[in-house]
Each structure stands twice: as C-alpha cells, then as structure tokens.
Design a protein around this ligand. Structure first.
Ligand code: HPA
Ligand code: ZN
Length: 340
C-alpha cells in the first residue's frame, strides 16, 4: 500500500481504544484554561511553556508532570469537559468503542469527591453513546506506588458506583511495585464481577507479566512490551488469546523504545498475539489513536491486512458482549469491502 493510501485507510477504519488514561488526554490548552477557571497555581506561564515541559526520559519523569497537571481538575464539570474533549477527538478518529482508565487516587488525595470524578466522566460517556452510538467502559486504576490498603480503600469508595465501572487496572510507577503487591484487592475486585487489567512489561521485567497473569489473573495486559523477551511467555500469551494494549508513541516518548521502528507490534502479530494500538496519554505523547496507527504503519510497513487485524483485535479484545463485538467486526468487513 502507498503511504497516502494507507493513511486514508487508517483514517476511517472502525476501531476501539482500550488503553487511554482520561487524565492523560488533558491538552495544555485545557490545562491552562482550567487553572484559570479554578484559580489553581501552576508552574507554567503559557501553553507553550507547558508543551516545552513535555520531554521525558522515562516513565517517572512523565508521571511527575502528569500528576502535577491533574491538579487543575476539581469539579464534576471539569471531568465532564475533559472526557467530552477526548470523545470528540476519538470520534474524529473513527473510534467506535472506548475503554477509559481513570486514577481516582490522584484526585481524592487532593480533596476531590470520588462521586464528582466518576459522575463527570460517565455523564460524558453516556452523551457520547447518545450522540454517536460510541459505546464505552470505565476502568478504575489503582496507583501502584501507593500500598494495597489504599487500593482497598479506593475499591470501597467505588462500591456505590459499580454500575458505572467495568473493571480495575494497575498503573503508575512500575519497577519496584510488582503486580503481586495487589493480590488481595484484585481478588476482591474479581469477586465483585469486575474485569481485571494491569500495566505490565512497560518498564518492568517479563516476571511482572507472569505475575499479572498467574497471581492477579488479569483479562488483559496493558503494554506488555517486555513479554517479548521471554519466548515461553510469548507462546503462552498467543495460546491464551490474551490481548496486549500497545502504545507506540507513548513507548517512544518514555524511551521504552529509541525509535518507532522498534515497536514490538509487528513481532507480536507475527507471533500470533492479539495486539492492539492505543494512545495511552495522547496530550503528553503527541498523538491520538490514528496517529499511533500511522506512525507504526509507516515505520514497520504494515500491510492493509495487518492494520485490519489490529482494528479487529481492538474489538475482540474489548469487554463488550459477543453480539456487540460481532456487529463491530461486521463494520470492519463492510468498510474493507468498500474501500479501494
Ligand atoms: N504507565 C504507567 N502509568 C501510567 C501511564 C503509563 O503509561 N500513563 C498514566 N499512568
Ligand atoms: Zn497506560
């Protein structure tokens, strides 16, 4: 496929996004506007100043700025506006279904009410479904640099809102905070009927991916790059049809890879792994989901069939019921059949 033709194919390809931190979609313009609206002091004088600070050499570098940025989010309306802005952007990229992470501990520790966070986000998600038929799930992440008791308390706070929360996840500083640190809280989440996911193998070793699978019993792995270092693990992930939510531009910005051509996405597909393409924290990493597709497609010379597989994987790997997955896969078929 010629590059222009490939980009056009990506543009309107129906897809899901399965790895998106809603706080990571806070664009510098909105960060600046909310700081003024809420009278929150930020250490930046302008939008350009904020953008200039987005230069990271590892995950922790990014997280320090990410938590600082969140400080401007205070009201239910702020969470609604943040989510709505993301949904409009995702809709423009022909995203048909989203599974969105949020970090309640990043907000409740600043005195923001759990209810305001969940209600603001989920009201916007409901409006996205009304307006475009875009379906969604909300996944509550535990901050792994905090202890398991804090995660347990967060799950307690979520109990009245479980009708709005599909699953739990694990994010923040990975190395030194293995999945096994959260064994009990994940077991309780499972018993409540929640889906389980965990960031693993972004910076952490393959052993963390093993732990996420064996000890937490996750339904999906976020990132999973370093699983590729362990041939037995690769075969297992492929055999179990475990979905990996890969984030190419994030990997580049956080120096998980040195250039986009080192993205493991093609190697994963070649190994029979159900890999997907996602944007992670698009406001910080320089691109929403289609930009991630375009970047890897260009660098790895992905074929039309591979792009189609990645989009199909995003639906098959979602937490939608089988009828909805079948419907969305049929949308891909229809698109593919009617696109030159
Ligand atoms: N990794 C870990 N924690 C995060 C990330 C990430 O890429 N984005 C937001 N929190
Ligand atoms: Zn992430």
């Amino acid at each position: 496929m010629k590059p222009d033709q490939r980009d056009a194919y990506i543009d309107r390809l129906p897809k899901a996004e399965l790895h998106l931190h809603i706080e990571g979609s806070l664009e510098p313009e909105m960060l600046f506007a909310l700081a003024q609206r809420n009278r929150v002091d930020i250490p930046f004088d302008s939008v350009e100043d904020i953008r200039k600070a987005y230069n990271f050499s590892n995950l922790q570098d990014f997280l320090d700025i990410y938590y600082q940025g969140m400080a401007v989010l205070l009201t239910q309306q702020d969470f609604y506006d943040l989510t709505w802005a993301y949904l409009e952007r995702a809709h423009a990229d022909h995203v048909r279904h989203v599974e969105i992470f949020f970090d309640p501990q990043g907000h409740t520790e600043r005195g923001v009410a759990f209810a305001d966070v969940v209600t603001g986000i989920s009201d916007a998600l409901a409006d996205g479904e009304k307006q475009w038929g875009m379906t969604s799930h909300l996944i509550m992440c535990f901050l792994r640099h905090l202890d398991e008791a804090a995660a347990e308390a967060t799950l307690d706070e979520a109990l009245p809102y479980l009708d709005k929360i599909a699953g739990v996840g694990l994010d923040s500083s990975e190395v030194g905070h293995p999945p096994s640190k959260f064994t009990n809280v994940f077991a309780r989440a499972r018993s409540l009927g929640l889906k389980l996911v965990a960031h693993a193998g972004e910076e952490g070793p393959p052993a963390y991916v093993h732990e996420a699978l064996d000890i937490l019993g996750v339904d999906r792995i976020d990132h999973g790059n370093r699983a590729m270092e362990d041939a037995g693990l690769v075969a297992r992930i492929a055999g179990e049809e475990m979905t990996l939510t890969v984030c190419p531009l994030s990997n580049l910005k956080l120096c998980v890879i040195d250039e986009i051509g080192q993205s493991p996405v093609k190697a994963m597909l070649d190994a029979g792994i159900r890999a997907t393409i996602n944007s992670d924290d698009p406001a910080y990493f320089g691109g929403y989901v289609n930009e991630n597709y375009r970047a890897v497609a260009r660098a790895l010379d992905l074929s039309r069939a591979e792009l189609r597989s990645l989009a199909a994987n995003s639906f098959t790997g979602s937490f939608l019921p089988p009828e909805a997955v079948a419907h969305l896969l049929a949308e891909i078929d229809h698109y593919d059949a009617h696109t030159a």
